[in-house]
Design a protein around this ligand. Structure first.
Ligand SMILES: Nc1ncnc2c1ncn2[C@@H]1O[C@H](COP(=O)(O)OP(=O)(O)O)[C@@H](O)[C@H]1O
Ligand SMILES: [Mg+2]
Length: 246
């Protein structure tokens, strides 16, 4: 793994319009070719952070760059390097699977888009479903359409925002394999999850985020060395969350 940051975040803060501070003084560098697991309970700020890096949400203060370019000033450049699989299922139900992915290819100006769409639909096992309308797909298929959309322009950096929340065991296993194969192709992957075991299984490094603050960042190597440290810290975080909600 090269040690060159593809994403650099310095002193990032996000305060939403209603005054709620969702992110507080975030400092983080993500390196080329790693799977970075962003672990935290619901409401911790995972989606907010990803959306700021992908340019969907504006930061309040701080610096966020992708491949050395500012995500707001150089939005078109940085967005073109990112494949984003959002947390919420959001495909247009009136288009067919192939059309949904083809539109996205067009948006990014993908060369030979029809071939690329075919290739990517085969990779996520959706080619057989290419002429089905979005409305007629199962939840797992909808998730795979979103992944195909996110990958169609061959991005260097891939964000998966809770890709396995609420999916069945088989799709979860498929997604884990897909993530590993993307890493083997040299992609940088940022995965958010509230499942501890998912972060442990997939990630080369894990960060825990809670109440908009990064509580811990550690490599898999160090996690193994320190045994149960990740478990203990995360259990504390989740415990506290339960108390707050209860
Ligand atoms: N548009 C918004 N306006 C105000 N608060 C928001 C908005 N979006 C998210 N939040 C709040 O910010 C916090 C972090 O949300 P989010 O980033 O979605 O967390 P996560 O993805 O970790 O579950 C939550 O408390 C959420 O309610
Ligand atoms: Mg989220």
């Amino acid at each position: 793994m090269e040690n060159k940051p593809v994403i650099k975040i310095k002193n990032l803060n996000k305060v939403y319009a209603n005054g709620f501070q969702a992110l507080q003084n975030i400092d983080l560098s993500i390196h080329k070719g790693e799977i970075f697991g962003l672990l935290g309970p619901n409401g911790a700020g995972k989606t907010t952070l990803i959306n700021i890096i992908a340019g969907l949400t504006r930061k309040t203060s701080g610096e966020v760059s992708v491949l050395g370019r500012d995500v707001e000033k150089d939005y078109r450049f940085t967005r073109s390097k990112i494949g984003l699989v959002q947390q919420e299922l959001n495909n247009d139900p009136f288009f067919k699977v192939r059309e949904i992915v083809r539109l996205q290819a067009g948006y990014f100006g993908v060369p030979n888009p029809d071939d690329q769409v075919e290739d990517i639909l085969k990779k996520v096992s959706l080619w057989e479903k290419r002429n089905q309308g979005g409305r007629t797909l199962s939840g797992g298929m909808k998730r795979r359409v979103m992944i195909a959309k996110a990958l169609v322009h061959n991005p260097k950096i891939i964000f998966l925002d809770e890709p396995t929340a609420g999916v069945d065991v088989e799709l979860r296993a498929n997604l884990w394999n897909l993530v590993k194969s993307l890493r083997d192709q040299g992609k940088t992957i940022i995965l958010t999850t509230h499942y501890l075991e998912e972060a442990e299984e997939l990630a080369d490094r894990v960060a825990i985020i809670n109440h908009g603050q990064i509580v811990l960042v550690e490599s898999k190597k160090d996690l193994i060395k320190h045994g149960s440290k990740l478990h203990d810290i995360y259990l504390e975080v989740v415990q506290e969350k339960v108390v707050v909600e209860g």
